[in-house]
Structure formats: structure tokens, C-alpha cells
Design a binder for this molecule. Sequence first.
Ligand code: SF4
Length: 371
Amino acid sequence: MTIKSLTQLDQIKLHFSKAVFRHRLLTWYQSQGRSLPWREDWVKHKDPYHIWLSEIMLQQTVIKAVIPVYKRFLKRLPTLRDLALATDDEVRELVRGLGYYRRFSFLKKAAELLSTSNKVTWPKTAKDWLSLPGVGPYTAAAVSSIAFNDRAAVLDGNVERVLCRLLNVQLPPNLPQLKKRFQSIVDELIDDKAPGDFNQGIMELGQRICTPTQPNCIACPVSVCCTAFVKKTQSIAPQPKLKTSKVDIALNLLIVKNGEHTILFQRPNKAKFLKESWGFVTTSLNSDELIGDGFTLNQKVLQSAKKIGSFKHNITNHKIAASVWVLNTKKTNLNIGLETGAKKVQDQLIEKSLIANLDRKAWKIYSHASV
Ligand code: SF4
């Protein structure tokens, strides 16, 4: 069967033995799955905190970048209670470099909800996990299946690609209607007894074997179930993803200098990006009032600032063009219309104080500029 149109959605069916697929996938994963710190921690301690933390860190972040941060984080905050009691700044400092910091504010808030001085009350099912701040369907299914054996199937980009090939679906995998159909297929396919291993196995199969280009079908444990392998259609199943349009945003980042010090500002909670992070004044460009991300900066201030460079940056699906400005001022109490906190930091400590890559890139430009 070949699926080339959304009108054929109802015809997407499992045409192979579920028992054979599960057995082959689990045997492969349990003998050849990658050894990763959170998997080792789970085997040793059986603490859902480790699984949850790793899943949050892995959102939109590659495994290689996550490993050192995961280890550093757990060394400082080894239990969920430690996380609940940590300060927001401490948590931000620990996850420096991973980006998309709001996920860690949610993680901390959820830790506060779950832990009291003597007890942690874990949600057990994916449905219960979904009620926590910052937990979406993917994380809920991953954590509940691995840590609590809940029969909740994950569907990420890797799983979608594997399904497209197994079932010879020659469509872009990110079509919403197809995702819905795939979710019901994978709900049917997931193993009852080892849902966590099944989820990790099928994702790892997509990451390591059934890769976007040149899948390694010879090494694939489930090739006997795969239509694309039989029909040699791996290069057209799936079709390229439909491009989602990126939002282009132009920003000003204003570095406020006061002698050998720099003044950092806390972004407000209503900011579009990097909520509550400490950094440089961030405003949208070409706006009459220079209002952006919750900051209001009066025109006069920017007129006395000097532009020193620009750079490109991505935050989630936003493509940002940032201009970097410097304002030298002798005043420590700046009246520039900011509603949130400000702090004066010695220049040699700035790098340590900046968590967001957006600010770090701006500081790098400042460090190399002759101002
Ligand atoms: Fe992917 Fe090839 Fe395995 Fe099919 S046989 S699932 S195309 S790696």
C-alpha cells in the first residue's frame, strides 16, 4: 500500500504483526540502546526526577549539549526538593547555554507544587502529568511511560519518520491530520509491558538507524515490517516537511554602561522572549515609542546611544535580527521607563551574569568594539 494523499488517511493501517514489531524493537533497544546519564541514573535510583529533568532539557536541544548541563544540575540540585527550594537565578545559572529558559521556570514551579518538606507526590499517568506547568503531550507520555509504566505513546519527528517508512506514507509528516492518525497508530502499537522502553526504542531507531537521509536498513531491527524497505521508497517516504513560516523580528539591545560597570535589567514576565531573565534592555526596532517586550525606552535615551554592531539569532521559531547599542551614563538611577528591576554588575562578572545567548552575543560584540 502506498499513501500519497490525505484522502487515504483511513487506509493507513498496521499491516504487520504488532507482536513481531514490539519484540524486535525491544530486543534491539534493550541490547543496543545508547548508554546515557539519565538512563543510567534511572537504573540505579528509579527517581522520576531524573527522567523528567532530562526530558525537559532535551526539548529542542541536542543530546550532546544536554549531557554536561544535566550532570552539573544534578550535582547542585540532586533531588526534586532541592529544585523546589532553589532560587530562580540559581536554576537559570545552572542551565546556561541551553536556551529557551522558560521551560526551567515551569520545571521549578512544578517541583514546588509536587514536593513538600517530607514527601513528593508524583503524577502517575500522562493525563496527570499534563496538568503540571510546562508539560505538553510529548513530555507527559515520555515521563509517565518510562517512570510509571503508563501505556502512553510518544510521537515526535523521529517516530513520524519511522511510521512514514513502515507504512509507506509519502506525505509531509508534519501535516496535522497525519499526526492525528499517526498518534492513533502508535497508541495501538506501543508495548503493554514495557511502554517506556518501546518509546525510547522507536525514537532512538529514528535518531540512529532510520535517519532522514540514507537510513541504515541493513542494521534495522524492524526491516521485516517495513514497506518502504521492500519497495525501496525510503527517499520519498516521507515527503519533505511543509515549511512553517518564520516570524522575523528586529530588536534593539541596549547595553547601559556606568564606568567599569554595566547595568543589567530583568525582563518582565510579559516579555515576548526570555521572560524574567537578566540582560540588556530589549526593545523592538522601528517602533515609534520603542516599546518592546514589556520595556518602554524613551527616544531621548536611544538618541544618545551609539550603535556598535548587529547579529542574527534564533529563539524557538523566531528569527531575530538584533542591533546592539551602547549608552554611557554617569547616572546610576536611570529613568528610562523600565518597570522591572535593575542591577549594577562589574564588567569582569558580566559574562557569568548573562544567561541568555541573545545577551551573550551582544556582550561579545561590545567586548570587541572600540567604545
Ligand atoms: Fe527505516 Fe529502513 Fe528500518 Fe524501514 S527498514 S524502518 S526505512 S531503517
